[in-house]
Design a protein around this ligand. Structure first.
Ligand code: ZN
Length: 176
């Protein structure tokens, strides 16, 4: 068993079984990690309030051979969680690879959470941090240089008029 302390942003939280949850974290030291939190859905859980999406936390995780990661302790600092921020965290969750630490991305995320400001410029910059050059990209559908949207799951750039020809759910495409 190995134990780690690191800072993390909670990207998502999904129920597992009766009382547990799978917590998707972007950590400073390990990049994106999916860790189990046991009994977090009991109302007496001390962890629960520190592991909601948008929380900026200091966590202790243990790694067991073959059994994955488990969050055993978390302490969050207050962050103003807005719809825009949750949408941004969904974007990061779709785009960031698992177990690939990236300090530059970490520092960007930390600053964005502290300032609670997400706009088109933020998305374009983050895409760049993750290695995709939006300024050199062309529309995947018509090759226009006037790109206006990015779909993280398919790594797809689109111009405004092609965007109108597709139908997307709100967390599938982002204005850049
Ligand atoms: Zn186009």
């Amino acid at each position: 068993m190995v134990e780690h302390y690191t800072k993390a942003v909670v990207l998502a939280r999904d129920p597992r079984g009766e009382l547990d949850a799978a917590i998707t974290l972007y950590t400073k030291d390990f990049g994106k990690v999916i860790a189990k939190a046991k009994s977090i859905r009991r109302f007496t859980s001390k962890l629960s309030g520190h592991l909601t999406p948008g929380s900026l936390t200091k966590i202790r995780i243990v790694e067991r051979n073959g059994a994955g990661h488990q969050v055993v302790d978390a302490l969050s600092t207050r962050v103003e969680v807005t719809e825009d921020l949750l949408r941004f965290l969904s974007f990061i969750n779709q785009l960031a690879p698992v177990n690939m630490p990236d300090l530059q991305l970490w520092h960007e995320l930390e600053a964005i959470l502290e300032n609670s400001l997400v706009d088109k410029v933020t998305y374009r910059r983050i895409i760049g941090v993750l290695g995709y050059d939006a300024d050199e990209a062309t529309c995947n559908n018509c090759n226009s240089k006037k790109i206006a949207y990015f779909a993280p799951r398919d790594i797809m750039f689109l111009c405004d008029s092609c965007f109108k020809g597709f139908s997307f759910k709100t967390n599938e495409i982002f204005s850049i």
